[in-house]
Design a protein around this ligand. Structure first.
Ligand SMILES: C[S@@+](CC[C@H](N)C(=O)[O-])C[C@H]1O[C@@H](n2cnc3c(N)ncnc32)[C@H](O)[C@@H]1O
Length: 623
């Protein structure tokens, strides 16, 4: 056990008595350290499997930065759409739960229901390309299992005591994840394996056609919330149940025995796109039907409960939750998904399958988690900046003084000072020497100083004086090896349609650095042609080379009638297709209804926005 861990245990033991007096809970990672779960008879063993304590302790929380709020802020709750890696965002939500900020309408803490449909692409399975091995390891191998396991461990902590989780998978990975869920949630908390069976797509004659998905349903505890689900009579008619299940149907009375209670094989819900009248399609490759999510939400939550999807995709869960009057949280690491959800929530229809009158969504806020707008941050009042800075480096807001010198908080037991660059200017080696002269060894062996990168006049991660290390925590800063056991890795945005269903893992945080874009426009009768003459991403992770020019483009998203306020996604062009078209995109004239907003996204999630007005287009047309 390393020294820092020993110190932490000592500190917790010292606080132990106080914890019982105040009724405070022991943090989850330490509860397991002191009271380890009983040894299992068997478990799934694979490369790189970390301990639960390690995962809980090592995952960074990243603060949420408000980007925009749609509708007025709710009094006690507003729904959340979060752009960022879900693991880090879940850790932040865990903190909110501990602070009493994640409550259902009935006052109970925690998320009542989680539904997830995680990505596991198989697009390169048959390609036999050189990178197949690395790809297989990432998506199909142990890395995928650990990717999922980490998230499931944290999700369990986030659930309300009577909450439940549904994990949507198929025959490829389902059985592995089920074993992991048995380990994490306990076999006794396994409730159902739902078979969602359908008839769409091709069939093979060489084996039985694979025509179902598996949805694993676990409860957090024995006393879980469950509302019995019944087949609706129109479904019974539509899907011809009386003939399919004659044993449950009394033909003379034309009635069902046992109300035809919903079983664990679901054949009455059709995948999207097979019904001609589908109004819910939003052009997202892995979109699931609202009817499927409706059954899950109605079974495992009540009105006013928090329903969460951390692989939100096109936002089926939030859209359905909104229609069923639940609270919701949606997280996705892809900008395309986030803009798709934003649009979907702003153009909802009342009924499931998106028909009927329009429905104004209750207020919701879009947040960035892990990729921040530094300009907005810079303009924050000092107190807000100070709080954000503390959160960013996972420090406790705990002002205290050492020999009269004001400290702002604690990080892993050591003092933290948030440098007021507004007032105090810059930090040189001499500033640290002066600080050391006044506080000396009273600060312990470490002290952290948070400030904007530009405020530090030295390059080192820390300066050591008399055995005391003064760490420079720079904002924005992509990487601090000393403090985090794992390397930071950037967000990755898809650059073709198939990449939408790939796992993405981003660790750490960074600040938005808009790419440089130069365009050449040509307005013709049928279409406006936009040539991307220059594209250069400014994002860079420490120690990693910048990806060259156009290769860093992820996609171009278009709003054909930009209203000057909200970007309303109408169309996405993936970089792979733009490249094939010699870095040109064609905007059909018939689609253009006013100002056109183009969002150029780099693969790290940074965007540059360009508005093309009708006036510019007319001028181009004349030429
Ligand atoms: C299969 S799709 C979900 C589809 C969704 N159920 C629907 O109905 O539209 C998986 C989503 O997970 C997202 N994703 C992948 N890795 C992620 C991560 N680490 N954090 C958050 N979202 C992630 C992808 O961007 C993708 O949108």
């Amino acid at each position: 056990m390393d020294k820092r861990r020993q110190e932490k245990i000592y500190e917790l033991l010292k606080r132990g008595l106080k914890l019982t007096e105040t009724g405070e809970e022991l943090p989850a990672e330490w509860a397991r350290e002191f009271f380890p779960p009983e040894r299992r008879e068997y478990e799934l063993v694979y490369n790189g499997k970390e301990t639960e304590e390690q995962i809980l302790a090592d995952t960074m929380a990243v603060p949420f930065q408000e980007v925009s709020t749609f509708g007025q802020n709710g009094v006690d709750w507003h729904n959340k759409l979060i752009f960022g890696d879900n693991l880090q965002a879940i850790k932040t939500l865990l903190q909110m739960k501990a602070d009493g900020k994640l409550v259902n309408a009935d006052g109970t803490p925690g998320v009542r229901l989680i539904y997830i449909d995680p990505p596991f692409s198989t697009r390169r399975d048959f390609k036999g390309s050189q990178d197949q091995k690395a790809y297989q390891d990432k998506i199909a191998g142990s890395a995928f299992l650990e990717f999922m396991r980490k998230r499931l461990i944290l999700l369990k902590e986030l659930l309300a005591n009577d909450g439940g989780i549904y994990v949507h998978l198929d025959y490829r990975k389902g059985h592995y994840i089920k074993v992991l869920m048995d380990e994490i949630f306990g076999e006794q908390n396994f409730i159902n394996e739902i078979i969602w069976s359908y008839r769409t797509g091709g069939v093979s004659k060489n084996f039985f056609a694979r025509k179902h998905d598996n949805i694993y349903y676990y409860a957090k505890n024995g006393n879980f919330l469950f509302n019995t689900q019944y087949y609706k009579s129109y479904q019974q008619k539509k899907y011809n149940f009386s003939e399919k299940y004659p044993e449950f149907f009394d033909k003379d009375k034309q009635k069902w025995y046992h109300n035809s209670v919903c079983r664990d094989v679901w054949e009455d819900i059709y995948p999207l796109g097979t019904e001609a009248d589908s109004k819910e399609r939003v052009d997202f490759p892995t979109q699931k039907p609202e009817a499927l999510i409706k059954r899950i939400i109605e079974a495992s939550s009540n009105k006013g409960d928090i329903v969460m999807d951390v692989f939100a995709g096109s936002g089926t869960t939030s859209a359905t939750a909104e229609k069923l009057e639940r609270r919701w949280i949606a997280i996705d690491v892809s900008k395309l998904a986030v803009y798709t959800i934003q649009k979907r929530m702003l153009t909802l229809r009342k009924n499931i399958s998106n028909t009927g009158e329009s429905l104004a969504a209750k207020p919701f806020t879009l947040y960035n988690a892990g990729l921040y707008d530094f300009e907005n941050l810079r303009n924050l009042p000092w107190e807000d900046w100070r709080f954000f800075a503390l959160q960013l480096f996972e420090c406790k807001d705990e002002p205290h003084k050492i020999h009269g010198f004001q400290m702002d908080g604690k990080r892993q037991g050591s003092s933290v000072h948030v440098f007021n660059h507004f007032k105090e200017g810059q930090i040189s080696q001499q500033t640290i020497a002066d600080l050391h002269a006044s506080i000396g060894k009273a600060v312990g062996d470490r002290c952290f100083i948070i400030a904007p990168r530009g405020a530090f006049l030295f390059q080192e991660d820390y300066l050591e004086m008399d055995g005391v290390r003064y760490y420079a925590l720079r904002i924005p800063y992509s990487f601090i090896n000393e403090l985090h056991r794992r390397k930071f890795s950037a967000l990755v945005q898809p650059n073709d349609e198939m990449a939408i269903n790939e796992t993405v893992e981003a660790v750490g945080f960074d600040f938005i650095q808009p790419p440089v874009v130069e365009l050449e426009l040509a307005a013709k009768k049928q279409a406006v042609s936009v040539k991307i003459k220059k594209f250069e991403s400014k994002a860079r992770l420490r120690g990693e080379d910048k990806i060259s020019k156009h290769d860093a483009l992820s996609m171009v998203m278009v709003d054909y009638d930009y209203n000057g306020k909200v970007f309303d996604l109408d169309k996405a062009f993936y970089a792979s297709a733009i490249k094939d078209n010699k870095w040109k995109i064609e905007l059909p004239t018939k689609e253009i209804k006013g100002d056109v907003m183009l969002v150029f996204l780099d693969i790290y999630g940074n965007e540059s926005r360009i508005v093309i007005t009708p006036k510019v287009l007319r001028a181009k047309a004349k030429k």
